[in-house]
Ligand binder design. Structure first.
Ligand SMILES: Cc1cc2nc3c(=O)[nH]c(=O)nc-3n(C[C@H](O)[C@H](O)[C@H](O)COP(=O)(O)OP(=O)(O)OC[C@H]3O[C@@H](n4cnc5c(N)ncnc54)[C@H](O)[C@@H]3O)c2cc1C
Length: 386
């Protein structure tokens, strides 16, 4: 998104992606109302909504067997009053295909950043590995948008604050059948959570477990694991047997962290590279996009004339840090209180916050706003080329 917006403003951009395609399946599928609003501002919304996706207007969870409405997006002050579920690779293919229409945009696939190029204390580019050999690319500004295992922030030596995350995710697929529930569901039970993402012809399942328990789960055996899943979502009974080998179940470790400084001379980190997000609330993609918009709004004009000072880069952190802190605070709260907290252990208990949501429908607009728009939603005011 940052590449798209900067190229749209006429700044020469080279986006480097280490993989040959965008087909990762561990980064979430949610496109939030605030991102859809941005699509509309860019004139891309109609075409975007023509891509295959599901629209979710209300989020429900099943907590210890009890159905709870969590968020109601239908009253948001946005054009699209829903979350669009679309595999992230479709979204990235859509965005990059539009970005390629700008003469200033280049996308290099299979190009992995392995180091930063330095001149004194200033970052002046990157060294990258490609199938044809190593490559050096010099730039007025390097934007580290390389996710939660960021090479860029590691090579820059940035200090990072880790927030303990008490969960991991087991990630697997199961087939979809006619008559399955239409909506995407979250099922909470005794410190565990099963999330099902509808990917048209299959269910992508994320099974959230207390951190470090995967070995214990494996020791109990596959049959036990299959029946654990059925306990959460009975309609999967006739196909859990598809999970017949542990190789079909991947462990994703979840982290929440934040850099103290997001920038130094010639370098800015945004998205998970600056602040790794957990899947809780499904808000990390939206937050990363908001960072990209703020970056373009604050820097595009100046980058058209060459390098920008570190003071200019700090403005991006100053603008985006408090929304990040707030959302990460919410994620830590969800992990501690709802997923693995003391309330999670009691069979019949519904955490107090969820009871309130059940009793007072108007309150569901608060999580809807927090999840659907996020604090301080950004709007485009970066220039266009020409
Ligand atoms: C299991 C799980 C499920 C999640 N589900 C959701 C969800 O449903 N909704 C949601 O909003 N958030 C979700 N999140 C959080 C979300 O995935 C992140 O917050 C979001 O993807 C961050 O976007 P990003 O662009 O900063 O980084 P990423 O999406 O991680 O993208 C980084 C990109 O950089 C590339 N890259 C990495 N290193 C290099 C390198 N050295 N050189 C070149 N390229 C490189 C990667 O291949 C990747 O394409 C989930 C997280 C996890 C762990």
């Amino acid at each position: 998104m940052a590449g798209y917006l900067l190229a749209r403003a006429g700044v020469q951009v080279v986006v480097l992606e280490k993989h040959a395609d965008f087909n990762r399946d561990f980064r979430g599928d949610t496109i939030h109302p605030s991102t859809l609003e941005l699509m509309c501002e860019l004139g891309l919304l109609d075409e975007f909504l023509n891509q295959s996706h599901q629209e979710v207007r209300e989020l429900h969870a099943v907590v210890n067997g009890e159905s709870v409405p969590i968020a109601d997006f239908t009253k948001l002050p946005t054009r699209c009053k829903f979350i669009a579920f679309m595999p992230q690779w479709d979204f990235l293919n859509f965005l990059s295909s539009h970005a390629k229409r700008f003469p200033a945009f280049q996308l290099h696939m299979e190009t992995e950043v392995i180091d930063l190029l330095m001149e004194g204390s200033r970052v002046v580019g990157v060294r990258a590995k490609t199938p044809k050999g190593d490559l050096e690319i010099r730039a007025d500004l390097v934007i580290g948008a390389d996710g939660r295992h960021s090479t860029v922030h590691n090579r820059a030596g940035f200090q990072q604050r880790e927030f303990g995350v008490p969960i991991d995710v087991l990630w697997m697929r199961m087939s979809k059948k006619q008559g399955d529930p239409k909506q995407t569901f979250g099922f909470f039970q005794h410190g565990k959570l099963l999330v099902l993402l509808d990917r048209d012809d299959y269910w992508q399942a994320g099974f959230v477990i207390p951190k470090g328990q995967f070995d214990e789960i494996k020791e109990r055996g596959l049959t036990q694991f299959q029946s654990d899943i059925v306990e959460f979502a009975g309609f999967l009974r006739d196909r859990v047997a598809e999970l017949d080998d542990w190789s079909k179940i991947r462990l994703l470790t979840v982290q929440i962290n934040r850099l103290r400084d997001w920038c130094r001379e010639g370098l800015l980190c945004i998205g998970d590279s600056a602040h790794a997000m957990s899947p809780a609330g499904g808000v990390g993609i939206n937050l990363a996009i908001q960072d990209a918009v703020a970056t373009a709004n604050l820097l595009a004009d100046k980058l058209r004339n060459g390098p920008v000072s570190v003071e200019e880069l700090r403005k991006v952190q100053a603008r985006r840090e408090w929304p990040t802190r707030l959302i990460q605070g919410m994620q830590v709260f969800i992990h501690r209180r709802v997923v693995t907290g003391h309330a999670a252990g009691r069979r019949s208990s519904l955490p107090f916050v969820l009871r309130l949501l059940k009793w007072f429908p108007a309150l569901r607009q608060l999580p809807a706003r927090f999840i659907g728009m996020g604090p301080r939603p950004e709007h485009f005011h970066s220039p266009t080329a020409g």
